[in-house]
Design a protein around this ligand. Structure first.
Ligand code: FAD
Length: 324
C-alpha cells in the first residue's frame, strides 16, 4: 500500500513545505503499513530528488517535460493520477497551497476519492480515518472521517516541524503522455518576490495593518523583519489601498499562515484577519488601543504607538544578535 505525495520545487530546489509534506506522508505510511512515493514534476536534479529520502520518501517518481516547468493544473493532475495508479496509492497528499488547492480536488474527482482540505493533524485510525481541519475561520475544528478507498489530503503548511533523517530516495522516471489539451490553460507570467523570505513558508512574520498610517512608514516593519529574518505580511485594507502587494495579505480572503511567531502591528484583529493567522504558534500584538480585539488572541501584547515601539524592538534584536 502506498502513500503518494506531490512535492513542489522552485527552479529545481524543493520548498521546505514539501519536506514537511513528505514527512507527513511518511508518518501516515508508517501507521497504515505502507511506503511513501513522492511525485516530482518538471526540471529537478537527481541529487535534489534523492534528498526526499531524508524525510521518509522511499521512491520518487519523476516526470520531466519542459512544459511542466510552469504549473498547469490539468497536466499536473494527469501526472499525479498516473503515479497514483502505478503505485496503487491509497492516500494522496498535497500541500494546501495554490498548487495543492488546484490539483487535489481534481484528483479526488478523478479517483472518486474523499478529500480533506487543510488538514492540521495526522489521521486518527482508531475509528475510521479521521483528519482534523479548521473551519468557521478557525473558530472550530472539524473531525472529518474519509470513508472512500482512496483518500486525498491537503496539508496546511507549517503545521509540523520537520526533522531531517538520513535516507536516500530511489528515483524512477514516470512517463506520462501529455497532449496539447493538458496545457490548454497556461501560466503566461510568474512574478516572484526576490530575496524576501516566502510568506507561506516563513517561521517568523512581521505584519502591519492600517495603524501603520501609510506605506511611507513600512520601513520600520521591514527593518525589524530584516533583523529577525522574517517575512512581511499585512491586513486586507493595507493591500486594498496598495500600500503593500496583495500576496502579503493574510486572512479569510488572503493567505493562511502558521508561523512560529506572528507580530501584528497596528492591526485591530478582525475575525476575517484572524482566520488567516490564528494557527500561528505565538502571536505578539502591538496596538495603541487597549480594547483592540487582537489582544484577546495574543500570547503577548504591547500597548503603545507602533512608530515608537518597533524601532526599539529592532534595536533590541540587533543588540541581542551582536552579543550572541
Ligand atoms: C468578507 C470579508 C473578508 C475579509 N477578509 C479579510 C482578510 O482576509 N484579511 C484582513 O486582514 N481583513 C479582512 N477583512 C477586513 C476585516 O474585517 C477588517 O476590516 C480588517 O482586517 C481591518 O484591518 P486593520 O486591522 O489593518 O485596520 P483597522 O481595523 O483600521 O485597525 C487598525 C488598528 O491599528 C491600531 N492603531 C492605530 N494607530 C496605531 C499606532 N500608531 N500604533 C499602534 N496601533 C495603532 C488601531 O487601534 C486599530 O486597532 C474582510 C472583511 C470582509 C467583510
Amino acid at each position: 500500500m502506498s502513500v503518494i505525495v506531490l512535492v513542489e520545487h522552485n527552479q529545481g530546489v524543493f520548498k521546505k513545505k514539501s519536506f514537511e509534506a513528505v514527512q507527513y506522508a511518511s508518518k501516515i505510511a508508517d501507521s497504515i503499513g505502507g511506503t511513501v512515493t513522492a511525485v516530482a514534476i518538471g526540471s529537478v536534479s537527481t541529487e535534489e530528488m534523492e534528498t526526499l529520502g531524508q524525510y521518509g520518501a522511499k521512491k520518487v517518481l519523476h516526470t520531466s517535460d519542459v512544459r511542466l516547468d510552469n504549473f498547469c493544473s490539468r497536466a499536473y493532475t494527469k501526472v499525479l493520477a498516473a503515479a497514483a495508479g502505478k503505485e496503487n496509492a491509497k492516500v494522496i497528499i498535497t500541500l494546501n497551497d495554490n498548487t495543492g488547492k488546484a490539483v487535489a480536488p481534481r484528483i479526488a474527482a478523478r479517483l472518486k476519492a474523499g478529500m480533506v482540505a487543510g488538514a492540521v493533524s495526522y489521521p486518527d485510525l482508531t475509528n475510521g480515518f479521521v483528519v482534523k481541519r479548521n473551519v468557521f475561520s478557525g473558530k472550530a475544528i472539524a473531525h472529518v472521517n474519509i470513508t472512500s478507498t482512496i483518500k486525498v489530503i491537503t496539508l496546511m503548511p507549517n503545521t509540523f516541524a520537520i526533522q531531517k533523517g538520513t535516507g536516500v530516495a530511489d528515483i524512477e522516471l514516470l512517463d506520462v503522455a501529455l497532449d496539447d489539451l493538458d496545457f490548454a490553460v497556461q501560466v503566461k507570467e510568474i512574478n516572484k518576490t526576490v530575496g524576501a523570505v516566502p510568506l507561506s513558508e516563513a517561521e517568523l512574520v512581521v505584519s502591519g495593518g492600517r495603524g501603520m498610517k501609510g506605506p511611507e512608514n513600512w520601513y520600520v516593519l521591514e527593518d525589524l523583519a530584516k533583523e529577525l529574518g522574517a517575512a512581511t505580511a499585512c491586513s486586507r485594507p493595507v493591500a486594498d489601498s496598495h500600500w503593500r502587494p496583495h500576496n502579503e495579505h493574510v486572512g479569510q480572503t488572503g493567505g493562511t499562515i502558521r508561523p512560529n511567531l506572528y507580530i501584528a502591528v497596528g492591526i485591530s484583529g478582525a475575525i476575517q484577519h484572524l482566520a488567516g493567522v490564528n494557527g500561528s504558534k505565538t502571536i505578539v500584538v502591538i496596538n495603541k488601543d487597549p480594547e483592540a480585539p487582537f489582544f484577546k488572541a495574543a500570547d503577548y501584547g504591547v500597548l503603545g504607538d507602533a512608530m515608537e515601539i518597533i524601532p526599539q524592538l529592532t534595536a533590541a534584536v540587533k543588540k541581542y544578535k551582536a552579543s550572541h
